[in-house]
Design a protein. Structure first.
Lengths: 363, 363
């Protein structure tokens, strides 16, 4: 940190993204990317746009908004597009939190919420999840601040029902409720249908997971036009050309190809189920995931050891060295082939630990 | 604005980007885009990256940083890449301005500086340019805040010499000086060579103008590693994957093709010269532009009229309805063919005004 850096960032601890390995080739199950390429339409549209980069991208994302409007059955002015969904979340923290409007979120959730609160200099009110990692909706009634809920939650994968989401939104009429639906397509019910009913609801989604566009960087906010207009004020005050032409094109292609989207999503849900079943057979405890990852622990292998042993075998998963969850790992649901490799390694690691516990030769 | 929008943005006036016309086809000389496509390498690399979007982009932009390091003859940790150069400017306002470190900039300069100060909630100290739109370096000695200078300046196109830039940087050891070099490649001297000498110097550049990648969204900051580390702290606290894979690839291709870059840049400089000459023959006053635009006024045609009359003839330029410059227009240097169309229209408009002034039939 230089001596010029503003004192207001004195205690700021940045987010640490999952490792992007280089050199050695890993089975990469650590950042919740899709095992499938984006829709051929997304690729083709992006390639075409790559031949036409001389002009600025459309700051209004008109075609993309119209495509999304058609897709979700809402008006185009219910959408704002951003450089990944981290950017719409940052805008939400900026727009709706300040010293008298704290950010309210769970102790175990997307780790970036705490960082956003820090960089925006706003207080955070942390509400612990229950012992089983479920969220009690009533804990958020009259939350007294801007609520951020990931649904399904990360890294637990546990989802609230749309009914519970609605109860929370309805019980916070004087505050914004942000529902972060980065993983919603893998089995949870979306709150998008509620945005015209509740003027205090902002839903965020990403194209990085279920639409396989992590490298394309596209996120979106969905809300009533009045909230979208707040976000647009911030977007036009920081970076109006925030979504490039290739990204807009890829997003349009991804939305138009609903069939491919559903095919990929269904495969991931199916592989998640079969992987969880086999992990449980190996003695793992898995949360009830509605996301494209599994959050698992084993009574005989620490989270740290499991992470390290997998890594030695060329498999990357995500381990969070944080209270309550350090014994678990978050394992992205990859292709069926990748999960076979993962399960074989997991089986080896568990058996070695059991041999060691039973007095056999350990490590 | 919704009733939830934080009061801290009460007076915020967003930036208004230049018009992106739809429907009718215009000769587009209003947002300083290049008339030439990006390097074939940039296009090819971007197309290739479009086939590989499943994984997150490299948050460290390693290959891009190494390519830039090679290009500029600096270490890779002297660079940070952003989603266009507006993002690096926003980071600079965030990192180095606060209530006790105002932003210091000219009355006539890139209009976004005032917006960034507004969105960051920091005071601005505005220093008027001289009557001829030149900047007196001594006005910035001991500026008492974070200095933002566009060099060449926009919309005037007038450049400071590298010697004057160095005097300003040296005279503000306790403050950051940001030199915004969006247009530097069209005839001004860059301050990049000074970053290792001055720990208070941050240079920003964009790939939107001289590298024809406006639609790709790539900007960069160049400074000593300690300042880059400040910016990285903010980047990792807001949007670590801010530069997508296609954009990184396009940027690498653009930097590798130095020959194409110089060819395009030289053509633009040449067309700027011939256009200015003919504008002067028509009676226009043009500032001494080192950028890819011309800033011109005519004694007999108001800036507003000239803008409107050009628009009716299918030619878009940029008119700023602001004090001291409302009688001028900023005209992007397009292709030789585009400038012929522009000059023909300009000639018509001037002749009509002169006929009218001379008592002939006017509009």
């Amino acid at each position: 940190m230089s001596r010029y850096f503003s004192e207001k960032y004195g205690g700021l601890v940045p987010y640490v993204p999952g490792e992007q390995p280089r050199g050695r080739s890993f089975v990469k199950l650590n950042t919740n990317e899709s095992p499938f390429p984006p829709s051929p339409y997304a690729q083709r549209f992006a390639r075409e746009a790559a031949g036409d980069l001389r002009l600025y991208s459309d700051p209004e994302c008109r075609r993309l908004r119209e495509t999304a409007a058609e897709y979700f059955g809402l008006a185009p002015d219910c959408f704002v597009f951003t450089n990944g969904s981290d950017e719409i979340l940052y805008f939400a923290f900026s727009a709706y939190c300040d010293s008298s409007h704290p950010a309210v979120f769970a102790d175990i959730t997307y780790g970036f919420y705490k960082v956003f609160a820090g960089v925006c200099g706003v207080p955070a009110r942390i509400i612990p999840l229950k012992d089983d990692f479920t969220l009690d909706p009533e804990d958020y009634f009259g939350a007294g601040g801007t609520v951020f809920i990931a649904n399904p939650n990360a890294p637990t994968g546990i989802a609230l029902t749309p009914g519970d989401i609605e109860r929370i939104v309805a019980a916070n009429r004087d505050s914004i409720v942000v529902i972060d639906e980065a993983y919603v397509d893998f089995g949870a019910g979306s709150a998008v249908g509620l945005v015209n009913k509740y003027p205090n609801l902002l839903v965020t989604q990403t194209f990085s997971k279920s639409r396989s566009l992590a490298g394309g960087r596209l996120g979106m906010g969905i809300a009533c036009p009045e909230l979208i207009s707040d976000i647009e004020t911030l977007r036009y005050s920081t970076n109006p050309y925030n979504v490039g032409s290739m990204t807009q094109a890829a997003g349009i292609g991804a939305l138009l190809d609903r069939e491919y989207f559903e095919e990929c999503r269904n495969k991931i849900i199916s592989v998640r189920g079969s992987t969880e079943k086999r992990l449980r057979e190996l003695g793992f405890d898995c949360t009830d995931s509605s996301a494209n990852f599994i959050f698992a622990e084993h009574p005989r292998v620490s989270g740290e050891t499991f992470y390290r042993e997998l890594r030695e075998r060329g498999i990357l998963v995500r381990h969070f060295d944080a209270p309550r969850i350090s014994n678990r790992n978050r394992i992205t649901v990859g292709s069926a082939e990748e999960m076979e490799l993962f399960l074989a390694a997991a089986g080896e690691i568990v058996k070695a630990a059991e041999r060691k516990d039973d007095g056999g030769p350990g490590d």
